[in-house]
Design a protein around this ligand. Structure first.
Ligand SMILES: [Zn+2]
Ligand SMILES: [Zn+2]
Length: 335
């Protein structure tokens, strides 16, 4: 903490009177603010805490994105997958002191451990957006320790109840004989909100837009907007239906970061995966280029895709669009 305070003082001196008021068009400024001062002052690559301090000094409230689970379908704890990671879908977003979480695959359990070590005995709250109820998006819920820990903590779950309510899904998932712990052991307050297609203000300065994606039993895509950044989380989406193809491009329009389903190789999709509800990296590149989104993060990696295959996918995708990377567990993006 002392190091952070001293860095904050140094940054205040460094920037006094020199920082123009940022706005959404000042993307380059945000990058400079995020990286250069800490590098100059400390001589090292800035940590996420350094970046946060730099942004606060400059009156910015950056969006910080962290990947806790990036795998599709089922966890893959195998040595050949470990660099990108074997946990299923979970992405955390911090904006100021607010916590947003997209999906609760097995990565949600690991995020729970991190939140417990960060908050200790103190209660906290988070908004959790669930795209749909397939296992790889809900399996971490019974293993998320903060749900059991503190009665003062509060979790606001948001998803569509078009197929079923999440409250019921969570109860069913923990019912005998599937799970040994009774749901009554979860002490934290849980509120469930039903969201449908459209746009809502979820908190002061934070808007959420949703759109249905093309997936068996449905899947919801999310667009999170603050004054400093736009994140789109659109996983589990098959191309080829004109209305859905248009909807996902609209959802991704002008986003700073687009997290998109790239489960298959294009040749795998064509040969034997049509109708399975997923996309491939070439379509992901089409979506980022046609929507005007800035950066593409390939997500929901196929369980059979090793690190070497994903490396090759990124290499090939960059021949078409330079700002592409593959989601990896522990990867962070600061907007
Ligand atoms: Zn999935
Ligand atoms: Zn699914």
């Amino acid at each position: 903490m002392r190091a952070a305070a001293s860095l904050q003082r140094s940054l205040a001196v460094h920037y006094r009177g020199r920082v123009p008021v940022p706005d959404r068009r000042c993307h380059q400024l945000r990058e400079i603010v995020s990286w250069e001062p800490t590098r100059q002052l400390t001589g090292r690559r800035p940590s996420s805490e350094d970046t946060k301090q730099a942004a606060l000094v400059c009156g910015l409230e950056p969006m910080r994105i962290k990947f806790w689970g990036v795998r599709g379908s089922t966890p893959t704890p195998q040595s050949e997958n470990m660099r990108y990671g074997g946990n299923t879908s979970c992405v955390e977003v911090r904006f100021g002191d607010r916590i947003y979480i997209f999906d609760c695959g097995t990565g949600f359990r690991v995020l729970g451990q991190q939140l417990q070590s960060e908050f200790g005995d103190r209660p906290f709250s988070a908004q959790v957006f669930v795209s749909h109820f397939h296992w790889d998006h809900i399996q971490g819920m019974p293993f998320f320790r903060p749900l059991y820990a503190n009665a003062e903590s509060r979790f606001l779950f948001q998803c569509s109840s078009r197929t079923r309510s999440l409250k019921q899904v969570l109860a069913d998932q923990m019912a005998a004989p599937y799970f040994p712990v009774d749901i009554g052991q979860m002490k934290a307050r849980r509120d469930f909100y039903d969201i449908e297609s459209g746009r809502i203000t979820i908190e002061d300065g934070v808007q959420l837009q949703t759109a249905w994606l093309n997936h068996p039993q449905g899947c919801m895509g999310f667009r999170l907007e603050t004054k400093d950044g736009i994140l789109v989380y659109a996983t589990d989406n098959e191309p080829g239906d004109a209305a859905f193809d248009k909807a996902v491009r609209k959802l991704a329009e002008g986003a700073d970061v687009l997290i998109y389903d790239a489960q298959y190789l294009p040749e795998e999709y064509e040969a034997r995966r049509r109708g399975w509800g997923h996309s491939h990296w070439r379509e992901a590149v089409n979506v980022v280029m046609q929507s005007g989104a800035k950066e593409l993060v390939l997500f929901h990696h196929d369980p059979d895709h090793t690190d070497a295959i994903i490396d090759k996918v990124v290499h090939e995708a960059r021949n078409y669009y330079p700002k592409v990377r593959a989601a990896a567990e522990g990867m962070e993006i600061n907007l």
